[in-house]
Ligand binder design. Structure first.
Ligand code: MSP
Length: 673
């Protein structure tokens, strides 16, 4: 059985968690879940980095002893991960005795082997901080960045690690193992750093009291970076659980941000080599997030608090909090190729929520289950013999687990998710084309059943594949599908065509991803400029109506007062409205709304749903087969739980909405201009 050990950096307890920290942990959680799904034996570690001068200082500012401070902050990190549903197997704190023991033992080993020697460390020292600073950390090249006071050039006697001696060894390793440091940009950076030469490294501090004492010289504490890196060895059981250590350590993947690659990919392997332990298998350094083009900083006040973002999305959409958390996670992983820097905006989150989760995933479920409920007594219909477009759907379903797995399993989340969304696209197209509603109308109920079975089977497979990225939402989809076997017990092998059991009782629920009806401000953040212009135009041409406006007027495109108060538009602006002839395939009343009808329409060879406020003028049966005119490129919106994917045109005098129709019979799909 494959073993897989993944770590996040251990987070400093002097900081509040923001999107950057959350990103590393969410990515690690996703890969851990993916590997479990693929059948591997996984160990996933995160934790907190609790020693060092900065934490000591932070505690002093708070007026509490360092231990009390770290005991206050560490649980907040644990609580954050719990709230986000992170599936870590352990949480290590560097102040725990288990870690102190391992750190001291490895430090002693390095000393005993002659890799650590006593020397002198020189640098810019701030006596208020009791800390050394490098030249580029100083303000104006001469002041302490914290106290804004002059620093002194100071020499401190301490212990140094013979890093320089490992230069050739680490260079050969990085050159010879292309996968050791990823992505390649980071690998190249490390190569040039190492080629430039390595200097011995001070690995103890006389001046820092808040740290783990050097075992052979307790006046000194172990340099916090070396000590912190050792956490990865401690937690897997180097001293406590040697069997587990043996099994997992050779498979360790350190997931980090690119600012700390040097520590993980150069210093750490050299130290491990010095104490006779194997190097990590891989160091994977992701990029940095900016927020709306700016670097995150406390002074700018643009720190993105993940909990705040998720709560805002949950409030805007009405989605459950844990589903909104999934959407946040999905957006971070989908938006930016792993390894590249990215820019975060709330608009991107809203866009992904609406376009990918509500439309492509959620809506496929929402449009399928009600038909099964109504026409098949809520039981999954029998599959039937394959015909027509069934083969293409099945083929896509058979290909997607491997295609997605090759990407996600190697940290390429963006392309892995694109593969799954490509498959969802095939499934959406399938139901449109196979049109179970037409089969029902034609009285070929078993065929309608087979189409629904195939669509639900595609959904089942997509749901299994999405568990690592949408752990909560997929659980809810699974419940709606009514599958008896627990989702948590599913493996990649279960994502095989035909696994859905006919006859099982579905459990339709409320839509998981209720579309966000955007305010204009949000709309412009989330949509490309073209689309925004187009929506604005439509709002104006319909008498200033907002997308979230009165549903009753939906069937109308002209103001009841006529056009005199409207501003002029150019022909180019008008041409942006995609007006089409459509044929009504089916119509029914929307439950609980006396003015609304839900229409299934056909535009050329595609079908879609429309909600229109014409129930008082038209009986549903009277509309079937009629040709109407629709706006085909209007942003979808949800009305009474039904997504309307367009708008029909009607003359409207305030009380009545009278349908526009072509003067002669013309095929559906024809452009109106
Ligand atoms: N304590 C050290 C790690 C020791 S590991 C043995 C540390 N902690 S940290 O809390 O400052 O940072 C933790 C992680 O957050 C790092 O991987 C860092 O790269 C990441 N990020 C911090 N800000 C970030 C962004 N703006 N964007 C993406 N990741 C960022 O370093």
């Amino acid at each position: 059985m494959e073993t897989f050990y993944v770590t996040t950096p251990i987070y400093y307890v002097n900081d509040v968690p923001h999107i950057g920290h959350t990103y590393t942990t969410l990515a690690a959680d996703t890969i851990a879940r993916w590997k479990r799904l693929a059948g591997a034996d996984v160990f996933f570690l995160t934790g907190t980095d609790e020693h060092g001068v900065n934490i000591e200082r932070r505690a002093r500012e708070a007026g509490v002893p360092p231990q009390a401070w770290v005991d206050r902050i560490a649980p907040q990190w644990q609580a954050l991960w719990k709230r986000l549903g992170i599936s870590n197997d352990d949480f290590i704190r560097t102040t725990e005795p288990r870690h102190i023991r391992v750190a001291q033992q490895l430090f002693q080993t390095a000393y005993d082997r002659g890799a650590i020697y006593k020397g002198t460390y020189e640098g810019w020292y701030c006596s208020s901080c009791e800390a050394f600073y490098t030249e580029d950390e100083l303000l104006d090249g001469q002041l302490c960045p914290i106290h804004k006071r002059a620093v002194q050039w100071t020499a401190e006697e301490n212990y140094l690690f013979r890093l320089s001696q490992y230069r050739d060894w680490i260079l050969r390793k990085i050159e010879g193992e292309p996968e050791f440091i990823q992505p390649d940009t980071q690998r190249n950076e490390m190569l040039s750093l190492v080629r430039g030469g390595l200097r011995d490294l001070a690995v103890s501090r006389l001046s820092v009291k808040w740290g783990i004492p050097v075992p052979f010289d307790p006046q000194q504490t172990i340099y916090v970076w070396v000590e912190a890196l050792i956490n990865y060895v401690t937690a897997i059981g180097y001293l406590d659980n040697p069997a587990r250590y043996q099994r997992f350590w050779p498979q360790v993947h350190h997931l980090i941000g690119r600012d700390i690659t040097r520590f993980h990919a150069v210093i750490w392997p050299c130290f491990l080599e010095a104490v006779g332990l194997p190097s990590p298998k891989q160091v994977w350094a992701h990029g940095f997030w900016t927020v709306e083009g700016e670097k995150m900083s406390k002074t700018r006040g643009n720190f993105i608090d993940p909990i705040g973002e998720i709560t805002r999305l949950a409030e805007e959409s009405g989605a459950e909090w844990d589903v909104a958390a999934d959407a946040f996670r999905y957006t971070l992983l989908r938006e930016v190729p792993f390894g590249q820097d990215g820019d975060y905006s709330h608009g991107a989150l809203v866009h992904r929520f609406n376009a990918d989760l509500a439309n492509d995933f959620g809506n496929l479920l929402n449009r399928t289950l009600p038909i099964v409920e109504r026409h098949f007594g809520g039981q999954i219909p029998a599959p039937g013999a394959p015909e027509g477009p069934d083969g293409a759907l099945r083929k896509a379903a058979e290909e997607v687990p491997k295609a997605a797995g090759q990407r996600i399993g190697t940290f390429d989340f963006t392309r892995g998710l694109a593969e799954i969304w490509r498959f969802l696209g095939v499934a959406n197209k399938y139901i449109d084309e196979a049109a179970p509603w037409s089969a029902l109308k034609a009285g070929t109920t078993p065929r309608a059943g087979a189409i629904l079975y195939n669509t639900l089977e595609a959904l089942r497979i997509a749901t299994i594949l999405l568990t690592p990225v949408l752990p909560s939402a997929t659980q809810r989809v699974w419940e709606q599908l009514g599958i008896a076997a627990p989702l948590a017990a599913q493996r990649l092998a279960d994502a095989r065509w035909g696994g859905l059991t006919a006859g099982a009782r579905i459990r339709p629920g409320t839509p998981l991803f209720p579309r966000i009806e955007k305010t204009p401000a949000l709309a412009s953040a989330a949509r490309p400029p073209e689309a925004t212009k187009q929506a604005t135009l439509l709002e104006r041409s319909s008498g200033g109506r907002r997308p979230g406006g009165d549903a009753r007027k939906l069937g109308s495109t002209t103001s009841s007062k006529g056009g005199t108060e409207m501003s002029e538009i150019t022909i180019e602006e008008f041409n942006k409205i995609d007006l089409r002839i459509a044929e009504v395939l089916a119509a029914k009343r929307v439950a609980g709304a006396d003015k609304l009808l839900e229409l299934r329409i056909k535009i050329g060879d595609t079908t879609r749903t429309l909600v229109a406020g014409i129930a008082q003028q038209y009986a549903p049966e009277a509309l079937v087969g009629r040709k109407i005119v629709v706006v085909a490129n209007l942003q979808p919106r949800r009305l009474r739980g039904v997504e309307s994917q367009g708008m029909l045109l009607a003359a409207n005098d305030g009380d009545r909405a009278i349908l526009l129709a072509p003067d002669q019979d013309v095929p559906s799909g024809l452009r109106v201009s």
